[in-house]
Design a protein around this ligand. Structure first.
Ligand code: ZN
Length: 422
């Protein structure tokens, strides 16, 4: 998505674990450490990945009417997963020379490709699907298990063309920063919003990951080096500040997915008791050894007094609104007390990243799940698995989250501007 007001989480991909917090301090603190961020991280990884359920009729496992070819390989078979990487690849090639068969051929993980999409874009999406399924199989996963339960869309003014771009899961993968508008009012509103959301992304990244967020600046520095592989990129990693550092689309996905997961854990703090929140603060500080980081500036408490706990709770609740969650969503998610603490930010033209979402479990009048219920700060901002995002960039598509230079942050968006003949 780009330029118009649109904007939706979930994936099996595991980001590399952030540096483990050392076990700290004396035996009397065991109860507190039980609430440590290490546990938080485990909890977040076990959060129910929203079950992928194809919408509408087929049930998602319908047998293809035109099978692409027999492929009897069971990718989860222990005999297969016990093989080394090269042997797995060889067995897959031998057993499935035509590639793995998608559950619904012609669709992208079960979702229709927009009718307006060019033949080239359509073929690239299907090629990416085949690559992602292969990557899943080689990793010992059932490649037909993942089904996209969010729509793939485009629209007339879509850049670089209605036929050349798709938005995947508009609601669950919002435009998180740097959205551009040709309307000067909206443009200045978007810039004002970025100024407010930047510190929130930084707080979440440091609280959950002990590092800087890549969102306010890092993703805007990404370039594609000439004559490089499809997934190669250069960027300025905010941790080092060194320009033109080589990276990959997969590594950048990992950074963003970590921050999306950290966002889930951060807002989940609201549903902890004051005592539990105090323990979280204690654990954070017990293992925060980087004295150069200004916690006061980040508005992360350095002690767990009642006053600090309340101030932090208010900070988190207010951040929910700054990111564009609504007061009604906050109340629904975290209750009246937390919602009452939140201070509404000034309103700007344009829209905040999560603006336009609905309450958890909201349905249409007909009782169908409302896609907008996937747009909530507590769900984070990335729903596609790593294999899928990497495959989409392997086939030459650009990802709006990282490939829009100064306007990067469009997580939902993929397009074929750099693909000849698209
Ligand atoms: Zn788009």
């Amino acid at each position: 998505m780009r330029s118009l007001a649109t904007r939706s989480p979930t994936a099996p991909a595991k980001p590399p674990a952030p540096p483990a917090r050392p076990q700290a301090a004396g035996a009397g603190n065991q109860a507190m450490l039980r609430r440590s961020p290490v546990l938080r991280r485990d909890t977040q990884q076990q959060q129910p990945q929203q079950q992928q359920q194809p919408q509408g009729g087929t049930g998602g496992r319908a047998k293809s009417p035109t099978p692409a070819g027999p492929c009897s390989l069971n990718c989860t078979d222990p005999a297969f997963t016990a093989l080394d990487a090269a042997a797995r690849e060889a067995k897959l090639a031998a057993d499935c020379p035509q590639g793995l068969t998608p559950t619904q051929p012609g669709r992208f993980f079960g979702q229709p490709i927009p009718a307006a999409s060019s033949a080239k874009l359509r073929s690239k999406l299907l090629e990416a699907q085949a690559r992602a399924m292969k990557a899943m199989c080689l990793a010992g996963q059932d490649p037909t298990a993942y089904q996209l339960d969010r729509a793939i869309t485009t629209y007339a003014s879509h850049s670089p063309g209605e036929d050349k771009a798709v938005d995947i899961d508009v609601q669950g993968q919002p435009y998180i920063a740097h959205e551009h508008s040709s309307d000067p009012d909206k443009e200045s509103g978007e810039r004002a919003t970025d100024k407010e959301t930047g510190p929130v992304f930084q707080r979440i990244a440091y609280w959950g990951l002990y590092r800087k967020s890549v969102i306010p600046k890092g993703i805007t520095t990404v370039t594609k080096p000439p004559k490089s592989g499809a997934t190669d990129r250069n960027w300025t990693d905010p941790e080092t500040g060194t320009p033109n550092t080589p990276t990959t689309t997969g590594a950048l996905y990992d950074k963003l997915k970590q921050e999306s997961d950290a966002m889930q854990s951060y807002f989940a703090l609201l549903n902890k008791t004051d005592k539990e929140l105090a323990s979280e603060i204690f654990a954070f500080n017990a293992v925060n050894t980087d004295g150069s980081v200004d916690l006061a500036k980040l508005e992360i408490p350095t002690d767990q007094t009642d006053a600090s706990v309340q101030a932090f709770r208010k900070r988190i609740a207010t951040d929910y609104l700054i990111l564009g969650g609504s007061k009604a969503q906050l109340k629904d998610f975290a209750g009246d007390t937390n919602a009452g603490l939140a201070k509404a930010p000034a309103s700007h033209a344009g829209d905040r990243p999560f603006q336009g979402g609905a309450l958890a479990g909201a349905t249409t009048k007909g009782g169908q799940p409302l896609a907008a219920a996937n747009r909530r700060p507590e769900l984070g901002f990335i729903s596609l698995p790593k294999e899928v995002v990497v495959a989409l960039t392997e086939v030459g598509l650009v990802w709006g989250a990282i490939d829009f230079s100064g306007e990067s942050g469009d997580v939902m968006h993929f397009d074929c501007r750099n693909v000849p003949g698209c």
